[in-house]
Design a protein around this ligand. Structure first.
Ligand SMILES: C[S@@+](CC[C@H](N)C(=O)[O-])C[C@H]1O[C@@H](n2cnc3c(N)ncnc32)[C@H](O)[C@@H]1O
Length: 269
């Protein structure tokens, strides 16, 4: 397997909540800029149009990512007005949860209690999505998730926006001196676009740059941790069956470029 199980600071339970939230707020801006909204819109609509699903349960939601934007767009289409989105995380972003839960009209809510993606039995029914989250799972956990989806005939969509950048580990190491400063600088550029802006985000980006430091490490470590298409084949070994289909590949942006990778598991309807 090409994937290397490097550490990411945001995985540690001792990592400050506010710092994790600032980092996942940065990811939202980044994903919007890259055009992940349109890419996910296309993937999710494909599932909703072939299967009778009106609830999406997102795992590892962080600050929500771009899924709330996607759901707003989908709900504006005829026949999809009733589609709802439930955001969950092992370390829920309570501020975002408060904001999403305050508005009942948009079909989006955020569970305030911890939901571990590896414990499928405790996750509400619906299309499970894991956006930029699956790389946090060890191969054993990844296998358990895929196996549970198949055994319970639950639809599952996994998406990684950095999936088309996975490189051999030696190259990843060589790229460190360039990649880390680049992502660090990017984290500084992102700040004015973060919503809601908090004093911590500004202070710990520009005056004491803790956020750019951790964002750069975790961001680059993520690339080494992503399961590329061959790694996914290995995790999927023995999980093929006639009543549940797996489809994987590069996701495509609205401009026609590769933008990440996806794995879609669907029960035969
Ligand atoms: C890189 S962030 C992605 C957040 C969001 N999905 C997005 O695209 O912006 C990964 C998220 O996965 C969460 N996470 C990590 N391990 C998890 C687990 N075992 N169960 C649920 N969430 C987990 C982290 O707390 C973090 O919010």
């Amino acid at each position: 397997m090409k994937r290397i199980n490097l550490i990411e600071f945001e995985d540690f339970s001792w990592f400050p909540v506010w710092l994790r939230n600032c980092m996942t707020n940065n990811i939202v801006v980044m994903a919007r800029w890259l055009g992940v909204t349109e890419t996910l819109h296309h993937l999710i609509l494909k599932v909703l149009s072939s299967h009778k699903i009106d609830k999406i349960v997102d795992l590892g939601s962080g600050s929500g990512g771009v899924l709330p934007d996607v759901i707003q767009q989908i709900r504006s289409l005829d026949d999809y007005e009733m589609v709802s989105l439930q955001l969950t995380d092992k370390y829920p972003n309570q501020q975002k949860a408060h904001d999403f839960n305050a508005d009942h009209s948009n079909g989006i809510d955020y569970l305030t209690s911890s939901v571990d993606a590896t414990d499928f039995t405790r996750i509400p029914a619906g299309l499970k999505t894991m956006v930029n989250c699956f790389h946090h799972m060890s191969p054993h956990q990844a296998r358990t998730i895929l196996e549970s989806a198949k055994d319970n005939r639950e639809p599952l969509l996994i998406y990684e926006m950095g999936g088309h950048h996975v490189m051999p580990f030696a190259l990843w190491l060589l790229s460190l001196p360039v990649a880390l400063p680049m992502i660090f600088c990017l984290a500084l550029v992102i700040v004015p676009f973060v919503r809601p802006m908090t004093w911590q985000h500004w202070f710990f980006s520009y005056l004491i740059p803790l956020i750019p430091f951790f964002y750069a490490w975790d961001g680059h470590a993520s690339i080494a941790r992503i399961y590329d298409l061959n790694d996914l084949d290995q995790v999927l070994l023995g999980l093929e069956c006639s009543s549940y289909t797996w489809e994987k590949g590069f996701a495509i942006s609205s401009r026609g470029n590769k933008l990440g990778t996806y794995l879609l598991g669907l029960p035969e309807s």
